[in-house]
Write a protein that binds this ligand. Structure first.
Ligand code: TRP
Length: 320
């Protein structure tokens, strides 16, 4: 927010300070002209990469001292996220940046006037953030990481043609995952390939879910699920020790031990998020002038260590 408003609010908030437990974030004290509430749904490598890219781009454009980011971690918990976004609104932040779907949904529920720029929301229509991504008509727009499910299964057919069944692990509370899983089911049904599902509601359940699929399926397919990504190395350990190939929807999940993906570049996605934020805050553009941007450049990522451990040849995808 503008420095002036921030000062005023700081004064009015003094009276209510006791109610504000851990009030480190009540008002970001700084000389910046704008304050932006930055809510990240949970900390896992891909979302951390996005946040770093947002910060770097703001600095690269010369606005590090003009835009103050009030960073908050949503701990993968919707009610924590709601508390945070309500605080952003109470603080009269100039904009909210929400990384990942549930964070964006929380921001959307908190305000209909403060501009919200979402980052890495896979299916913003299913998440009910926008009705028409090409023509945002509320206070919400942002950058989407659309998942090309058929490209991932195409890669899987090439690398492990013997696979006749897949196990899914995902959190049904994540619309992003449900959307990708619906595409996966449609693809596998059309190709007469069998699948089993294991559901989780929090990070602590992921290991058990992975174990429950062992012996039932030939391979795993993990959608763009924040809960599963947060425990990815555990899933990889179980799968790899059982010689099960794991296909995933993000490069970070390959780095954490999955076998392969076809996915987007999240550093680029973070950069585009910051650029949209700058257009709105600094250049005075409106949300309506900023249609949702969908990432459409995909690249293959493979994990050579995992491939070696389970005996899959990925040499074609390893840079010489
Ligand atoms: N697209 C996810 C969402 O809509 C967020 C996300 C970005 C993600 N990168 C990821 C999830 C990597 C899992 C793994 O919420």
């Amino acid at each position: 927010m503008k420095k002036f408003v921030s000062l005023l609010l700081g004064l009015t908030m003094l009276t209510g300070l006791t109610a504000c437990s851990g009030g480190d974030d009540a008002v970001v004290s700084n000389d910046a002209e704008y304050t932006v509430g930055l809510l990240q749904m949970v900390e896992h490598p891909s979302l951390d990469e996005i946040r770093t890219a947002i910060e770097d781009e703001i600095a690269a454009q010369g606005y590090a001292d003009v835009i103050a980011l009030d960073y908050q971690n949503g701990q993968n918990d919707p009610s924590t996220m709601n508390t945070i976004t309500q605080k952003f609104v109470a603080n009269k932040d100039d904009a909210i940046v929400a990384i990942a779907t549930v964070a964006a949904q929380s921001a959307a529920a908190a305000t209909t006037d403060i501009p919200i720029i979402f980052s890495a929301v896979t299916d913003p229509v299913a998440a009910e953030l926008v009705t028409d991504p090409n023509a945002p008509d509320s206070n919400i727009s942002g950058i989407s990481d659309v998942i090309d499910v058929s490209a991932i299964f195409g890669l899987a057919e090439e690398l492990t043609p013997e696979v006749a069944s897949y196990g899914f692990i995902y959190n049904m509370g994540e619309v992003n995952s449900v959307s990708v899983i619906n595409d996966a089911k449609a693809y596998l049904d059309a190709n007469n390939i069998h699948y089993e599902e294991a559901f989780v509601t929090n990070i602590g359940e992921v290991t058990t879910a992975a174990q429950s699929l062992i012996g039932k399926v030939d391979a795993f397919f993990l959608p763009i699920d924040n809960t599963v990504a947060s425990a990815m190395s555990n899933v990889a350990e179980i799968a790899n020790s059982n010689q099960i190939p794991v296909y995933v929807a993000a490069d970070s999940m390959v780095n954490d031990g999955g076998l392969a993906t076809v996915g987007v570049n999240y550093t680029q996605l973070g950069k585009q998020t910051a650029d949209m934020l700058i257009r709105i805050l600094i250049d005075g553009e409106t949300i309506a002038e900023n249609p949702v941007e969908s990432m459409t450049e995909y690249s293959v990522t493979v994990n050579p260590d995992t491939a070696a451990a389970i005996g899959v040849d990925v040499s074609k995808y390893i840079a010489e």
